[in-house]
Design a protein around this ligand. Sequence first.
Ligand code: NAD
Ligand code: DAU
Length: 350
Amino acid sequence: MNKQNILVTGGAGFIGSEVIRQLVNDPSKHVVNFDKLTYAGNLENLKSVEHQENYSFVKGDICDEELLKKVFSEHNIAKVIHLAAESHVDRSILEPLLFVKTNLIGTANLLNVAKTHWNGDFENKLFYHISTDEVYGSLDFGTDLFSETTPYDPRSPYSASKAGSDHLVRSYYHTFGLPVVISNCSNNYGPFQFPEKLIPLCINNILNNKPLPIYGKGENIRDWLYVGDHANAIITILENGEKGETYNIGGDNEWSNLELVKILCRTIDEKLDRNVGESEKLITFVKDRAGHDLRYAIDANKIKNDLGWSPQYQFEEGIKLTVDWYLDQAEWLENITSGSYKTYYQKQYG
Ligand code: NAD
Ligand code: DAU
């Protein structure tokens, strides 16, 4: 059987690894995971699929043109799902240029290699960029939603670098006819998320009786989506998305940070038979994030109506699954805390 060869960049990260775990279930696809293994890349996330014959791993940087050219040729890449990025807003405040390099220059490099390799033969080809709702800026409290036509208004170095990369992707569609598609998703949560992001950070800290740092008053709102639902939306768009289009993905599931952290506290207190209210005592209000966007919320009607996607996980169920996973996978967290997850590549790939 002639397999469809798909390059997934950033496949060792939180969302990329879920996309790969879902994609390799289809034996007609061969998935090449291309990842630099920054602090956020963890090959332990792919233990369950690493021995499948339709999965390969290449350690590499999306800024490395020669290596990318080699991978496109050797694997005859037909489709790209581009997730590799620096993804954490707080880090972008500390180190903005790294975000410009990876998210903007890296994406430009990848676009160029795809264009050169496909050389005008765009049949059954696709360059799919995974982006964020943060490109649209910040909403006030209320009922306004981000739609696909909301003007871009990024406000952090992270979101500005993602906005810039979206513009580059569209420019390759309009200028060179490169078949592209973009999706902009809201906040994801679920297993395998690096414990710097709000939900896994708080789960880890509750388990270890450490303070739960809430920026400002905890009133900022995010629209949360289970990572399995995002990966499923990505595969739906990969198969059926219209070239040149943008799709917003979200969970219709808004919570303030304070409400969300209290839900985590209650869920864990119940699981561990702690006294109700025990974990909430750990909540600590700290200095606000610089330029902290107030509210994100997505109108996902386009992907629902045009492609028939909708989220399958209710929030309560998704949070329980997530908490259970972190409780069961103490070793995964421990390996990150100790840094030993960094040695996994060496062990597996020599
Ligand atoms: P993550 O930080 O968990 O993973 C990023 C991955 O990219 C890591 O495996 C890392 O090693 C790799 N990487 C970083 N720089 C690289 C480079 N130069 N070359 C090759 N690989 C590199 O991120 P995530 O949360 O899984 O997000 C994945 C993508 O989805 C990002 O593009 C992000 O902007 C986007 N996104 C994330 C969310 C979310 O809530 N996490 C929501 C919407 C969109
Ligand atoms: O909206 C999509 C975006 O969601 C993605 O593009 C990003 O890659 C992803 O990191 C996420 O960005 P956020 O900044 O919204 O996620 P984070 O988990 O860092 O923060 C969620 C909210 O919680 C935000 O309002 C900041 C707040 N926060 C975060 C941390 C880490 C705290 O109050 N305390 C914390 O310690």
